[in-house]
Ligand binder design. Structure first.
Ligand code: AVJ
Length: 313
């Protein structure tokens, strides 16, 4: 993991604008901070999705033939999968649940949450979405229908081209008539979006800055946390919220583990994450472009969140 971290840091911080991949936000502390974000009144994604899922789980379960093979990409605490799995629990054959996550602490927590399900098989892969999907054939039980879960607007971290390419890889990892449940945050007023990513308690700022704590610890870097500000901006032209770490002063940072010295101008930023926002129509376009049809779509218009059940065509 550290070798690729060093390489990604060297590559990302040599770009203009400077950039780091968001997956590195999720070390143990970062995962805990993200869970705290999910409980913030200004970040409604998780609550809206969990409520939608609780309502729709029986409907979804009725679509998928028994016994299902459910793969979740980035299960977090496992809470949403638990709710969905409970709706499948009534069939004669219990589901096989497979969790793919780069955070070992998230996997451990999700596994513990799912342990209360009786008779389910639970397996985990501590790896990236792509590597996990590439290895799915070896885990998939014979004759089971596959339902992949990509929830929490995790797809929002991808830019448009990458999102479409990623959905195609999800499609290719399954067979015709396999399923994908996609949870996506919707475009909403800019003020709400910025509050969700720059909350008054500073939790999202801590989540963002923890990336520098991680680089200090794992690569021996000397980032001065007080010399960087958290910033969240709504980029309307690209329909995304961007998170940045902005250098307050001109400074030079040493990152020995990446064999790198980085110069910052005052006001220069490291772009750490994009959260792309969609409309329901755009979700259907993306689905079609990746070889899926929309079989069901449930929208929380107040929170601005959509859950879409797609099937490979
Ligand atoms: C887990 C990537 C979906 O983009 O909304 C939350 C991460 N970043 N607050 C998102 C996040 C800042 C989240 N995703």
């Amino acid at each position: 993991m550290n070798a690729s971290l060093a390489q990604d840091v060297r590559e990302g911080l040599s770009r203009r604008p400077k950039q780091l991949p968001p997956k590195y936000l999720y070390d143990e502390l970062g995962s805990a901070l993200f869970e705290a974000i999910c409980a913030l009144p200004w970040y409604r994604v998780t609550r809206a999705e969990t409520a939608l899922l609780s309502r729709c789980a029986p409907l979804i379960a009725r679509h998928i033939p028994d016994p299902p093979f459910i793969v979740e990409l980035g299960p977090g605490s496992g809470d949403k999968l638990l709710r969905l799995a409970e709706a499948f629990g009534t069939g004669p054959h219990k589901a096989h649940l497979h969790l793919i996550d780069i955070s070992s602490s998230a996997l451990a927590e999700a596994q513990q949450a799912l342990a209360r399900l009786e008779g389910f098989t639970v397996t985990v892969a501590h790896t990236t979405y792509d590597d996990g999907l590439a290895a799915i054939g070896a885990v998939r039980p014979d004759g089971a229908a596959m339902l992949t879960l990509l929830l929490g607007s995790n797809i929002g971290n991808f830019d448009d081209d990458d999102a479409l390419a990623f959905l195609r890889r999800v499609r290719a990892a399954g067979r015709d008539a396999d399923w994908l449940l996609l949870g996506v945050d919707l475009v909403k007023p800019a003020r709400d979006l910025v509050l969700a990513y720059d909350d008054p308690l500073g939790v999202t700022g801590a989540f963002n800055k923890n990336l520098l704590v991680r680089l200090n610890r794992e690569l021996g870097a000397d980032f001065d946390l007080a010399a960087f500000d958290h910033r969240a901006v709504w980029n309307a032209a690209h329909s995304r919220v961007e998170m940045h770490l902005v250098s307050r002063v001109p400074q030079r940072v040493l990152i020995p583990g990446a064999d790198l010295a980085v110069e910052f101008e005052a006001g220069e930023s490291i772009w750490t994450e994009s959260s792309n926002k969609y409309t329901p129509a755009r979700i259907a376009e993306f689905a079609a472009g990746a070889g899926f049809s929309v079989r069901g779509q449930w929208v929380d218009t107040d929170a601005g969140f959509a859950l879409s059940l797609l099937q490979g065509t």
